[in-house]
Design a protein around this ligand. Structure first.
Ligand code: GLY
Ligand code: MN
Ligand code: MN
Length: 369
């Protein structure tokens, strides 16, 4: 049984546990997780029905016939041709699987266009979200997933060092030029695609946590937030360092950087099985609050990372989920001073039987390498 088939088997067990009759997946990371077939969401009907009892079935455009058979262990494909209405195939499959009055869990990211369509085709069915099943399956990573995440972490580390070695040469580059160089380094060293658009937040732009990059030129003494990653084997890296390429940073910067670094260290050290996710957030927040910057730490401490770069478990106040071995998440506290600069330091960690393993280990100090 290949890994995808085994995951589908566990999906069926979970469907039974939560009292659902089938999951209906759409091109998404859930679809890949269960079938091995990866595609972007598009306007054509493409579903994987995973019934609680019985084998999964694709409903797909016929142009995907060979592609799905090459990528997936799922053998049953119901194909429709451009110009045909796939609604009949869906209705027939629902009859065959006895789903007309069932509880169906649709992919969380399925477009409303298709959920609406399913509702019209199956008016007596009730609907929930596939996350009811998949969040619990995906939150603990297996060894193959951890290996991919380790490689993605090592790639981000290497590129972090290579980018920082630009030193004086980065002064005068625009944020976009530096982001392009980081993207080139990620790809040249084996990255399959960016985890998200690379963040180069120089000077005051660093105070906007999700600033991407723009035409501001990096100046001597600028703190620069570098937040990037690329995927390996489908699993994304995500790492942040806040650095100064050359010159002396602004007043107050060293203290803020030391505070964020200490918060990050405290939060990572708190990671072990059984600890609620919220406690990791509190460990970081306490350090930042006692240094007087609590109001400037405007986001949660982290997020799970797997096939999606943001997934469960979220490291946030109120999340009492207890950490378990195999969970992977970011620890990324930050302090943002509008109009001045921002500092964020981010590593991915895995919960282990004994505590934690960091997936990133490039230098965290801000000084030029
Ligand atoms: N760049 C997005 C994040 O670190 O979560
Ligand atoms: Mn990040
Ligand atoms: Mn992150």
């Amino acid at each position: 049984m290949n890994v995808f088939e085994e995951r589908t088997r566990r999906c069926r067990d979970r469907l039974a546990e939560v009292g659902a009759d089938a999951a209906v997946l759409f091109p998404s990371t859930n679809l890949f997780y269960a079938s091995g077939f990866r595609e972007e969401p598009m306007e054509r009907h493409l579903f994987l029905f995973v019934p609680r009892d019985g084998d999964p079935v694709f409903v797909a455009p016929e142009m995907y016939d060979e592609q799905i058979r090459d990528a997936s262990w799922v053998e049953d494909l119901r194909l429709w041709a451009d110009g045909e209405d796939p609604g009949g195939l869906v209705a027939d499959l629902a009859d065959e699987m006895d789903l007309r009055g069932g509880r169906l869990l649709v992919d969380d990211t399925m477009w409303a266009l298709f959920t609406q369509d399913l509702r019209e085709t199956l008016p007596d069915a009730t609907f929930g979200l596939a996350s009811e099943v998949f969040d619990d399956l995906r939150v603990r990573k297996d060894e193959a997933e951890l290996d991919a995440l380790r490689e993605a972490g090592a790639l981000a580390d290497e590129v972090s060092v290579a980018a920082r070695e630009l030193g004086e040469d980065a002064v005068g580059m625009t944020e976009t030029e530096l982001a392009d160089e980081i993207d080139r380094l990620l790809s040249a060293r084996g990255g399959e695609g960016l985890s998200f658009e690379t963040v180069v937040g120089s000077g005051p732009n660093g105070a906007k946590p999700h600033h991407r990059h723009g035409d501001r030129e990096i100046e001597r003494g600028d703190p620069v937030v570098l937040d990037f990653g690329a995927s390996v084997g489908g699993y994304p890296g995500d790492q942040t360092r806040t650095v100064v390429f050359a010159g002396d940073p602004p007043e107050g910067y060293e203290e803020v950087h030391e505070t964020v670094l200490e918060a990050q260290r405290a939060a990572v050290q708190a990671v072990e099985p059984g600890v609620p996710a919220a406690e990791i957030d509190r460990a970081a927040r306490e350090v930042i609050e006692s240094a007087g910057y609590g109001e400037q730490f405007t986001h949660r401490t982290g997020h799970g990372v797997g096939l999606d770069v943001h997934e469960h478990p979220y490291i946030v106040e109120g999340n009492e989920t207890e950490l378990e071995p195999g969970m992977v998440f970011s620890v990324e506290p930050g302090v943002y001073l509008p109009g001045e600069f921002g500092v964020r330091i981010e590593d991915l960690v895995v919960v282990t039987d004994e505590g934690f393993e960091r997936l990133n280990d490039s230098p965290r100090a801000w000084e030029p390498l």
